[in-house]
Design a protein around this ligand. Structure first.
Ligand code: C2E
Ligand code: MG
Ligand code: MG
Ligand code: MG
Length: 282
């Protein structure tokens, strides 16, 4: 279609563009409603110790149970919530709800603990809101006794806001909250920052794990990443571990933890409860 707009420019629309724009607008307003109507769910993906296969913790991963479109993965709505600012209330809900759920599990299944709970943060959450107030508030209602809260931020959040992140980090340390760098290797890290910050964990991105059993170069790279993490005194979680071969290699390289389909996909809260029930007293 060819249209004449008010300044007499000619603009071209193709039908696909129009559909994309409408979809996006629709999704934006659905997101707001979805938050009101509690359509979001948290899935939990187990993280295992590679050295002796015990369950070390879970990562909380948000999903959207859309009334007509079904379960939508975060890649399809997190970027939009970051553009619209909706990530602030959504991220707050994820943090509150996952901590509430963990306290509850800790009460019901104390023999399964200690476990860590990892929660992803967006840059906006720590930049545009009273984040330490929020953390204090959450900890007050859910004392972090039987579990370690671990916050995951990406390299780019860290490198773009070093002062702010550093400030938060010392506050987190006082509250025994741990910090992990997510998707490590996919962004740019300034190694001197990594050295000077009180980080706990590096999560090596899936893209570095995927070919380690077939490609000697990939193997070399992951070796280097693990060595780097250890020389900075950080634990390593390998993301996207899909095969026993990868587990064996990573274990051999001294990688502490693994997360991936080889162990378990992300599972909903009821499935976690069933897992605990099964593991409790036989
Ligand atoms: P992430 O934090 O790197 O999370 C790991 C992603 O890898 C998850 O995707 C998980 O389902 C997927 N994964 C785990 N094991 C495997 C595997 O063996 N193979 C493959 N192919 N994939 C695996 P998911 O759940 O779709 O989340 C995608 C991203 O969305 C997350 O990446 C994270 O950056 C973001 N995200 C999820 N929940 C939240 C949240 O509550 N807040 C924020 N800010 N971001 C979130
Ligand atoms: Mg993560
Ligand atoms: Mg990751
Ligand atoms: Mg990743």
């Amino acid at each position: 279609a060819r249209m004449q707009n008010q300044t007499n420019c000619t603009v071209f629309f193709n039908p696909e563009m129009q559909v994309a724009v409408l979809n996006r607008l629709q999704l934006e307003s659905d997101l707001e409603l979805g938050l009101e109507n509690q359509e979001f769910q948290i899935y939990y993906q187990p993280i295992y110790s590679l050295q002796n296969r015990y369950l070390a913790g879970f990562e909380a991963l948000v999903r959207w149970q859309h009334p007509s479109r079904g379960l939508i993965p975060p890649s399809e709505f997190i970027p939009l919530t970051e553009e619209t600012g909706l990530i602030i209330p959504l991220g707050e809900w994820v943090l509150r709800e996952s901590c509430r759920q963990f306290s509850q599990w800790q009460n019901e299944f104390p023999d399964q603990f200690p476990l860590s709970l990892s929660v992803n943060l967006s840059g906006l959450q720590i930049l545009n809101s009273d984040f330490s107030g929020l953390i204090d508030n959450i900890i007050q209602s859910n004392p972090l006794e039987g579990f370690n809260l671990k916050l995951e931020i990406t390299e780019s959040i860290l490198m773009e806001n070093p002062e702010i992140v550093t400030q938060y980090m010392s506050q987190f340390k006082l509250r025994k909250i741990q910090l992990a760098i997510d998707d490590f290797g996919t962004g740019y890290s300034c190694l001197s920052y990594l050295q000077s910050l009180p980080l706990d964990t590096l999560k090596i991105d899936r893209s570095f794990v995927i070919n380690i059993s077939s490609n000697p170069k990939s193997l070399d790279i992951i070796k280097t990443l693990i060595t780097l993490a250890h020389s900075l005194n950080l634990d390593v979680v390998a993301e996207g571990v899909e095969t026993e071969e990868q587990v064996a290699i990573l274990k051999d390289l001294g990688c502490e933890y693994g997360q991936g389909y080889c162990f378990s996909p992300p599972i909903d809260a009821n499935t976690v409860t069933q897992l605990f029930q099964k593991n409790s007293y036989g």
